[in-house]
Design a protein around this ligand. Structure first.
Ligand code: ADP
Ligand code: ZN
Length: 606
């Protein structure tokens, strides 16, 4: 809406500023008051030098230049006396107009009137006029075929399609059809797509709206929108109502971090519950809601008869990713050399939306090169672009900066390569991308769902590898390692506070508040100062131990470090195979060296 919360805030602030200004202005004008007889006495004693008359209010200045005010019941008698004494008299008409203009009361009335006007405008414009808020129902030709990689979720929803298509069959015996389905999962995993596919499969209209659209500034607007939406949907039943981000409306009452007014959200939520409870039989409207924060939802939403079907959607595994890639590749012209399972393998953690984006970027990449089809190299480049940001070709880098970056990245790579628990190196580059001067990409062998302590320590060591290499070679630190240090500290903190990986503190979680609580600043800590200090020490210990180990690894492989950095400086990007070749050749040359040294030692006279 054009009248947003921000505008409203600015308005309030301006109003407050004006009121304060008016107050100041008044305070300044305010002079000490004396009673009329005191004034007359002073006048008779000839102590008054100057007088200003404004209506009945007299401002007098005495011979010490002090000012005060009094009110004269009859100005005429005063005037006569003043004239006799030859006192300077200034007169003003009653300052009616100006004081009225600045009267806070008037200001409030004007503002109130304006807000009322805006509110009426908002309420008046229902859904029909608000085409941006609700997508008009249309028949979609999206089907389950378009949704890949989440077979369990699809299976659960086949029945929902059946309900929509054939409601009579299910209600024949008096039962009623489940109304609400809650899809929970991270953004981009295909929740919207799935809801559309249900509508598409059943051939029914699809209404959609986002939870954040419901939560407006003014109490009652969201609720009236909910009623409007349901009214329209009921008219075209059977149909689907899709509510994205339901957590914006349905946050449990009293939870922190909610946006918009509390009252407004509660009213909207209540309207939603009333509408959901109030279907007549024969109106098959199924409400599909999506959220990535099921934990914050109000329990009232999840009660039987409401969103009692809950479907979990997780980011796809490697097989799922291959299938999703296939869905999107079907729409593109792919070259023969592209093996989607390899792409799937190299994209752990990608969601459906990210995979769709990858395929699209690859097509653009190939088109930029005037190719007729997409090749593996295009996909690889598109992936780098997505993961690491676009190359910054125009950036001016000094030779020294390049050298430092090369050693930094080589440091990361060597540690990752040599630690058995670390993810293998996929690619190293010293081409600046996004905000990074260089990148070392690691790709896990499989989709990991939990991490061992050794794995996490390897991760920290890999992160510290960059800075440690800089220290060994140049004996100095650059700012380039700041995000490495931040990530390392984050992992160490989680190891201690969330995953109970400290021997000293034991298997206990030391986090109380989630992020939304942190944002509102109401962090409640359930441990003592002493424990807080112990936590700090344990985190430091992990980082310090990892740093020492990293130092030992890199100092022991200094030949490898030089070789890798030099190769990077020459060819800018190195892939896993090359790293291995350099590592092996380095091993061989080291063995040769040792052999030589051994021979020398043997020939030394004893
Ligand atoms: P969400 O609603 O969970 O945030 P969307 O449904 O909006 O995610 O996904 C955005 C896009 O990503 C979809 O339009 C589709 O192109 C692609 N996508 C996401 N998940 C899948 C999937 N499982 N199969 C195929 N495409 C997917
Ligand atoms: Zn780094």
């Amino acid at each position: 809406m054009n009248f947003s919360f921000r505008n409203f805030l600015i308005l309030i602030l301006v109003a407050i500023a004006v009121l304060i200004a008016v107050d100041f202005w008044k305070a300044e004008k305010k002079l000490p008051e004396v009673d009329y007889s005191t004034f007359m006495a002073q006048l008779n004693d000839k102590e008054i030098t100057k007088v200003t008359i404004e209506g009945g209010i007299i401002t007098a200045t005495d011979k010490f230049d002090r000012q005060y005010q009094t009110f004269a019941p009859d100005v005429k008698t005063v005037l006569e006396k003043l004239e006799k004494q030859n006192i300077t008299i200034t007169t003003h008409p009653l300052k009616g107009t100006s004081s009225l203009l600045f009267s806070p009361l008037l200001l409030i009335i004007v503002l109130g009137g304006w807000m009322y006007f805006l509110m009426r405008q908002q309420k008046g414009s229902g859904f029909a006029k608000n085409s941006t808020l609700i997508t008009p129902a249309k028949k979609l030709n999206i089907t389950f075929e378009d949704v890949a990689g989440i077979p369990e979720a699809k299976e659960e929803l086949v029945e929902t399609v059946e309900f929509l298509k054939n409601s009579g069959k299910f209600t024949k015996l008096g039962g009623h059809i489940p109304k609400g389905v809650l899809l929970q999962g991270p953004p981009g995993t295909g929740k919207t797509l799935l809801a559309k596919a249900i509508a598409g499969e059943a051939g029914v209209p699809f209404y959609s709206m986002s939870g954040s659209d419901f939560v407006e500034m003014f109490v009652g607007v969201g609720a009236s929108r909910v009623r409007n939406l349901f009214d329209q949907a009921k008219k075209s039943a059977p149909c689907i109502i899709f509510i994205d981000e339901i957590d914006a409306v349905g946050r449990s009452r009293g939870a922190a971090g909610a946006q918009g007014g509390q009252d407004e959200r509660e009213q909207t939520l209540n309207a939603l519950l009333v509408e959901m409870d109030g279907f007549k039989s024969g109106e098959t409207v199924i409400i599909v809601a999506a959220t990535n924060r099921p934990d914050v939802l109000d329990p009232a939403l999840l009660r039987p008869g409401r969103f009692d079907r809950q479907v979990n959607i997780l980011p796809p595994d490697v097989k799922g990713r291959e299938k999703i890639l296939a869905v999107h590749a079907k729409k593109l012209i792919m070259g023969k050399d592209v093996a989607l399972f390899k792409v799937a393998k190299s994209t752990p953690g990608f969601t459906g939306a990210e995979l769709a984006n990858l395929m699209n970027e690859s097509a653009l990449m190939a088109a930029r090169k005037n190719k007729n089809f997409i090749e593996t190299i295009d996909i690889e480049e598109a992936k780098d672009r997505i993961l690491m940001g676009a190359e910054r070709k125009g950036m001016v880098i000094t030779e020294q900066e390049r050298k430092v970056t090369a050693y930094h990245e080589a440091g990361h790579a060597i540690v990752a390569e040599l630690l058995p628990d670390a993810d293998p190196v996929h690619k190293i580059t010293i081409i600046p991308r996004g905000r990074a001067m260089g990148v070392t990409q690691q790709i896990p062998l499989d989709d990991r769902h939990s991490y061992s302590r050794e794995y996490l320590r390897s991760r920290i060591m890999t992160l510290l590898g960059g800075r440690t290499a800089e220290e060994i070679i140049f004996n100095q630190f650059t700012t380039g390692a700041s995000s490495d240090l931040q990530s390392a500290t984050e992992i160490a903190t989680k190891m201690i506070c969330e995953w109970g990986m400290s021997d000293l503190l034991g298997p206990r979680a030391y986090v109380v508040a989630d992020q939304s609580f942190l944002q509102t600043g109401t962090v409640k800590r359930s441990y003592s100062e002493e424990t807080a200090r112990a936590i700090d020490m344990e985190i430091n210990k992990i980082i310090e131990d990892c740093y020492q180990e990293t130092m030992i690894i890199l100092e022991g492989k200094i030949g490898f470090l030089h070789k890798l950095a030099e190769t990077l400086l020459l060819s800018e990007t190195i892939d896993a195979e090359e790293v291995n070749i350099i590592l092996k050749s380095n091993e061989i040359s080291r063995q040769n060296e040792e052999m030589l040294r051994g021979r020398q030692q043997r020939t030394l006279p004893t």
